[in-house]
Design a protein around this ligand. Structure first.
Ligand SMILES: Cc1ncc(COP(=O)(O)O)c(C=O)c1O
Length: 394
């Protein structure tokens, strides 16, 4: 469906919740993060004034902006994925895995010989570099053409070797996979193209911990709606899988949102044949973390049958979210939210305040009884871009 606002949407298949598992994998990821001395759940903030202003029951924002001092949620998957891969390589017991088991002095020499490699739009690579430095192994990070200097510096500051390749994010992933194969390096990717599915699955198990944190903070106050931004889809699928596992039929209605020029899930939903479809082109968007043209099949297999709606939206929506979150109504707390972090709230805001989006509002099922959960998945990871948007240059 198309709209004069530039926001497009397509219904999900709604075949039912993702297949439930026994939750053990998430318990292991949780135990791992609890073994990190600097692990602490991030805040779930309530925007009551904004909810009333927009005609909604509640709005919660899970604020990932301070996660491990890295300004984005990504370490919640990358650190676990890397540590599980290292444990597998070094024969360290992994269920549950603790940081102490891997930082045992007897392993230091082995770790120093290991190189891990990944491709990133910024945040995932930063988290891999951070974790690798902590463990004493080497990291190589490929980034796509056009990556901003701030995002490159964010990775380099943790000692990783950065290579900016002449191609998109998806091409960077393919090149990193080939380099891993050629040199015998550990490939720590948050998406799956082919080869070893264990690493992206571990990363998704780490992301699922965010849901445990939310539900602990919410108690019986269960959201009716969740809006999840997608790049390769691992984040959205992990959250959706865990909400389904924990809440079953009470799980919130899920809307997946992407930038128009990189809307591979929206495009796949529109095709309606149950298959993931890539989008091509330069994937140009200010939402750098979502500039991915190839859905992870692991994510697609969860999201297609269980998400209610897939939305593609222009950069304007992310900008709106950044401005609204950073400049709240009196009584609501401010949230510093970056381009990829703010698009969920931006979408809710536009949908509730633009009469031209009545069709989308109806499709999302938003009304005064709705209790909406969004994730601000990053803070100002690119401070120059953040200022440009909120101070109004762009
Ligand atoms: C801030 C931010 N939000 C959301 C995402 C989307 O995650 P995924 O690629 O798993 O869909 C990313 C990915 O890099 C990101 O950096």
């Amino acid at each position: 469906m198309d709209d004069a606002t530039g926001i497009q949407f397509a219904a999900g298949h709604r075949a039912g919740p993702p297949k439930a598992d026994d939750g053990r994998a998430v318990e292991d990821a949780l135990a791992f993060y609890r073994s990190l001395p600097d692990y602490t759940p991030t805040p779930l903030v309530c925007l009551d004034r904004l909810a009333a202003h927009l005609g909604l029951g509640r709005i919660w924002v899970k604020n990932e902006g301070r996660r491990f001092g890295l300004k984005a949620f990504k370490a919640m998957g990358a650190a676990y994925g890397l540590c599980r891969a290292l444990a597998r390589k070094l024969g360290v017991a992994a269920s549950p895995l603790t940081l102490a088991a891997l930082t045992d002095p007897s392993l230091a020499q082995h770790l120093a010989q290991i190189t891990c490699i990944t491709a990133t739009d910024g945040n995932h690579g930063r988290a891999v570099a951070w974790a690798a430095q902590r463990l004493g192994c080497r990291a190589v990070v490929y980034m796509p053409r056009g990556t901003t200097p701030a995002r490159i510096d964010n990775v380099r500051m943790f000692g990783a070797a950065v290579e900016v390749i002449d191609g998109t994010y998806d091409q960077a992933v393919a090149l990193a996979a080939a380099a891993a194969e050629k040199h015998g390096w550990l490939f720590i990717q948050d998406t799956f193209q082919d080869g070893d599915e264990a690493v992206p699955a571990w990363i998704m198990n780490g992301y699922r911990v965010l849901v445990r944190e939310c539900l602990d903070a919410l108690g019986d106050d269960i959201p009716t709606h969740v809006v999840l931004q997608a790049g390769v889809g691992s984040f959205a699928a992990a959250i959706q899988a865990e909400l389904s596992a924990c809440l079953g039929e009470r799980r919130p209605r899920a809307t997946v949102v992407e930038p128009t020029r990189a809307a591979c899930f929206y495009r796949s939903a529109l095709a309606g044949d149950g298959q993931p479809h890539p989008v091509e082109g330069d994937l140009d968007t200010i939402m750098a973390g979502l500039a991915c043209g190839v859905p992870s099949p692991l994510a697609w297999n969860i999201l297609w049958p269980s998400a209610d709606l897939f939305v593609a939206c222009p950069d304007r929506v992310a900008r709106r979210g950044m401005r609204v979150l950073g400049n709240p109504l009196e009584g609501d707390p401010p949230v510093i939210s970056g381009e990829s972090g703010a698009v969920g709230l931006g979408l809710v805001f536009e949908t509730m305040s633009d009469p031209r989006l009545a069709g989308l509002k109806q499709a999302m099922g938003l009304d005064p009884g709705s209790r909406v959960l969004v994730f601000s998945t990053e803070a100002d990871t690119d401070p120059v871009m953040y200022r440009r948007v909120v101070w109004g240059d762009r």
